[in-house]
Design a binder for this molecule. Structure first.
Ligand code: 0A1
Ligand code: ZN
Length: 885
């Protein structure tokens, strides 16, 4: 192992490139094992470079170099240097020059799925973050922006469709050869990570879109032949996203065509390559019988996300990979707003906060914690994290909260105006926001640079004589790896004070300010806000709409929480109150070992009744009522416990509370279940999906009661399902049971869907997630199932990913078998796809929060891994997870 690969790269070491590339011409002769790439680069010395007459060093990996030509003259071997990471030309002209290379790469041998590879028979590419260097020698960094012209040639029989970025300019046959070609030109300068190429025998589903200014854009979705009937939802989602970005942010599409290609082998969700998005087919293909409402929602969101990147990421890109959140956080924020506008805003907020707390909070609290803009990394592939994406989005949301919607829009317009066609930094973004609003946002920058979840410790004291309510807020910023001391942050805190009838009291700060929007800004470590003219002791509703990504701690008694659960005008906090009430019971039960009291006693009954009341309130959206019925899950409870976690005690507490609720309000749940039954044909719209979600949530609690007739009901739900949403909901509820109903449903599902890979993934996933004492053995068994393959990322995620990330009792089994399973499979995967291996290994991130015995076993597994041969990707995760000792 070349140790230099393991040396951290530092943000502070950024230096502009020595050379710039203005134009690129690429010619591809596609071949499964020997694709020839002829490249012509128009280069010039960078006027901003700090070095004097530096050598030209191009990145390149896994390439066979055939020739190098400088200004038309072929170079002799002595004129350049080659190693396995780069091509160096020591002496180049001090003026614009042309460098041509011819290289050969092997798409079929490319198992890492980075660069040019084959997904089944289709040639496709993935260049973010550093895959382009596996295609040709280049300055493979995001601050080198060039205009690309790409010619692709291939046998027509093998690849009838040839696509690249931009607009098509020429195509035709090469007579007598059976070969054909296509030429594409992308007029927008772009970094190499946005390059894409596709070749294959794909079917095309066409459509079009008229932009606000009246231009006609051709839209195409390419899929494997036979899948054309599953593209309708993705296409509709795309058009909705295009319209929304025009209306909400004034952003229009800027090429004549927008192509989407769905492939079966993809390391991530999708990729925003300019004009040629490449998608994991899971996020394109949907038909009511094969895709669940969750899939429909994910497709809509990710199609929108990649489309929105056209402005936030592509037109304005990142100067370096430390700035990843500049495009990702902002684009996630934009896709969240899109979904929120199109569907239920409060439900979207609840789902996003759930996601943040489940994935980002543990990251921020563990050994892999890093700032939204990291200051250092070993392998950038490891930084496509919940912190960069989800917390990054929260920072944009806070800016919108602080500046108002109009202020934020003005700031964003200015950001585009100043940075269009170039590579920007977080400072450019926040600077534009500051300029447009006239606000000093320097304290806000801490959000980008300080890791860890701030805790807001709050208390409210009411003074009956003075009629004032005194809110004390304390920011607690705990140390995180590499950051021991932290500065107080600027935290937007939305709040309300509820009077006796549940209405919001007017908020007037002492000193005169009236808070129309209930927003205060916390800027100091300790701060006090005094509200005047408060007639009676109010009930505080703090952090409404989850106005900042913080952990709020405040002691409220059960009556107050119940009051909020029934009356809070803020739908997010009303839901939060129910969650807090349940969490308090669940943590008390888990802490007490296996103490059933808190989850079976009178408070649990009160919770059940309060849930029944809200879940029956028909004026509320069905999807919202469904969220209300979902109890905090095992990861919510473990996070709250924070240390000495015994996953078995947590699961027991969860199941007991679920049983209590299921039993105490079975009548109401039964009615909800019946009332929410579908009346017409399947439709994926928000309201119909909400009803299905509500029905499943009720069913889950009913089955939790353990009554035989409820298990029968679940089996009926499965058998009578006419869509995937209902089928998979029932299957997943049954999957935990040790009953014939489970086996029947699983066998039926397999028989029906064994030849549909995306659906079969659900069958693997549901078993991997099932809470059963033999889940490790089940997963082991499935690893050798004839339909299982480690090489397909979706299948891998479905089985191993679901097990390690979504089956806490199985993965953390007391004998350490779950850890061994992960360690041995990750080692295997690491040899051919390091990116995937490293992501799986992230499952160890919370090992220090476990009880001592499991800690010791997890540590043993990590140590064993660390002593083996690891890729840079896995090395970084394993060593950082282990920490100093
Ligand atoms: N930019 C994409 C995410 C992505 C990142 C890396 C990939 O390959 C290693 C692929 C996709 C997005 O945010 O959607
Ligand atoms: Zn993205």
């Amino acid at each position: 192992m070349d140790q230099s690969l393991r040396r951290p790269k530092l943000l502070k070491d950024y230096a502009p490139p020595d050379y710039l590339i203005d134009e690129v011409e690429l010619d591809f002769a596609l071949d499964p094992n020997a694709t020839r790439v002829s490249s012509k680069l128009k280069l010039r010395p960078n006027p901003k470079a700090t070095n004097n007459r530096p050598p030209l060093i191009l990145d390149g990996e896994n390439l066979a170099l055939e020739s190098v030509t400088l200004d038309g003259k072929q170079l002799a071997a002595a004129d350049y240097r080659l190693d396995d990471k780069s091509l160096t030309v020591p002496t180049v002209p001090d003026r614009p020059f042309v460098l041509e290379t011819v290289t050969v790469c092997d798409p079929e041998a490319n198992t890492a799925l980075s660069g040019l590879y084959r997904s089944r028979a289709t040639y496709c590419t993935q260049c973010e973050p550093e895959g382009f260097r596996r295609i040709t020698y280049f300055l493979d960094r995001p601050d080198v922006l060039a205009v690309y012209t790409v010619r692709i040639e291939a046998p027509r029989q093998e690849a009838a469709v040839l696509l690249a970025n931009g607009n098509p300019v020429a195509a035709g046959d090469l007579p007598g050869t059976g070969r054909h070609f296509a030429v594409w030109h992308d007029p927008h300068p772009k970094p190499s990570y946005l390059f894409a190429l596709v070749g294959g025998n794909l079917a095309c589903v066409p459509d079009s879109f008229a932009t606000a200014s009246g231009r006609d854009v051709k839209l195409n979705i390419y899929v494997e032949p036979g899948k054309e009937d599953r593209c309708g939802w993705a296409m509709e989602s795309l058009k909705r996203a295009m319209r929304w970005d025009e209306q909400r942010f004034g952003r229009e599409y800027d090429l004549d065509v927008f192509n989407i290609v769905a492939v079966s082998d993809f390391n991530m969700g999708a990729m925003e390559n300019k004009g040629l998005n490449i998608f994991n087919d899971k996020l394109v293909l949907a038909r009511p019988d094969t895709a669940s409402d969750g899939d429909y929602g994910a497709i809509e969101g990710v199609i929108a996300h990649e489309y929105f990147h056209n402005w936030t990421g592509n037109r304005v890109t990142c100067r370096d990979w430390f700035q990843l959140c500049l495009k990702e956080g902002l684009t996630v924020f934009r896709d969240q707003e899109f979904t929120s506008d199109l569907r239920s805003g409060p439900v979207k907020r609840i789902l996003d906060v759930r996601m943040l707390r489940t994935h980002q909070f543990p990251e921020d609290a563990g050994p892999l914690a890093h700032p939204v803009r990291p200051a250092s990394y070993i392998e950038i592939n490891n930084f496509y994290t919940a912190t960069v994406y989800e917390k990054g989005a929260e920072l944009c949301r806070m800016l919108q909260t602080l500046l108002g919607r109009d202020g934020f829009r003005k700031g964003l317009d200015l950001y585009f105006e100043w940075n269009d066609g170039s590579a920007a930094t977080v400072e450019d973004f926040v600077g534009a926001m500051a300029d447009a609003s006239g606000r000093d946002l320097s304290q806000f920058m801490l959000w980008y640079n300080q890791s860890g979840t701030p805790e807001l410790a709050c208390s409210l004291d009411y003074d009956a004589r003075a009629k004032t309510a005194r809110l004390s807020v304390n920011q607690v910023l705990s140390p995180t790896p590499g950051q021991t001391k932290k500065e107080p942050m600027l935290i937007p805190l939305k709040l309300g004070l509820l009077g006796g009838n549940g209405d919001d009291l007017p908020l007037q700060l002492e000193g005169g300010t009236t808070l129309a929007d209930g927003l205060v800004e916390v800027t100091d470590r300790e701060q006090v806000f005094i509200f005047k003219d408060i007639p009676t002791a109010p009930t505080p509703s703090l952090l409404r709409d989850f106005s900042a990504p913080v952990r709020l701690t405040m002691t409220l008694d059960p009556d107050q929480i119940e009051f909020l659960m029934m009356h809070d005008k803020d739908p997010f906090n009303r839901w939060q109150a129910a969650q807090s009430y349940a969490t308090n019971l669940l943590t008390a039960a888990s802490r007490g070992g296996f103490d059933a009291g808190p989850v079976t006693g009178t408070e649990a009954t009160r919770l059940a009744q309060a849930l029944a009341t809200t879940a029956s309130e028909i004026s509320l959206a069905a999807a919202y009522r469904a969220e209300f019925l979902k109890l905090p899950n095992e990861s919510d409870i473990a996070r709250e416990l924070a240390s000495n976690v015994d996953p078995d005690a947590v699961r027991t507490a969860y199941e007991r509370l679920r049983a209590t609720v299921g039993r105490k309000i079975s009548g109401t749940l039964g009615e909800i279940y019946e009332d929410a039954a579908a009346t017409g044909p399947f439709s994926p719209d928000a309201e119909s999906a909400g009803k299905r979600a509500l029905r499943s949530a009720a069913l889950d609690l009913l089955v939790g009661s353990g009554e035989a007739e409820e298990i029968e009901r679940a089996l009926r739900h499965y058998r009578e399902a006419t869509n995937m949403t209902d089928a998979i909901a029932a299957l997943s509820i049954l999957s935990h049971l040790d009953r014939p109903a489970r086996d029947e449903a699983l066998a039926d599902f397999y028989a029906r869907w064994q030849d549909e890979p995306l659906v079969l993934d659900k069958w693997f996933a549901v078993q991997a997630r099932a809470t059963r004492p033999d889940s490790v053995e089940t997963v082991h068994g499935l690893l050798s199932h004839p339909k299982f393959s480690l090489k397909n990322p979706n299948r891998l995620r479905a089985l191993i990913g679901s097990f390690v990330h979504a089956n806490p009792t199985g993965f953390n089994r007391a004998d350490g078998a779950g850890y061994e399973l992960l360690a041995s499979s990750a080692l295997q995967i690491d040899r051919f796809n390091p990116h995937m291996a490293a992501r799986l290994l992230g499952a160890f991130e919370s090992w220090r929060t476990l009880e001592p015995k499991r800690q010791a076993l997890a540590k043993g597994a990590l140590r064993q891994l660390a002593s083996g041969e690891l890729s840079t990707d896995s090395y970084e995760i394993v060593t950082k997870t282990l920490g100093a000792d």
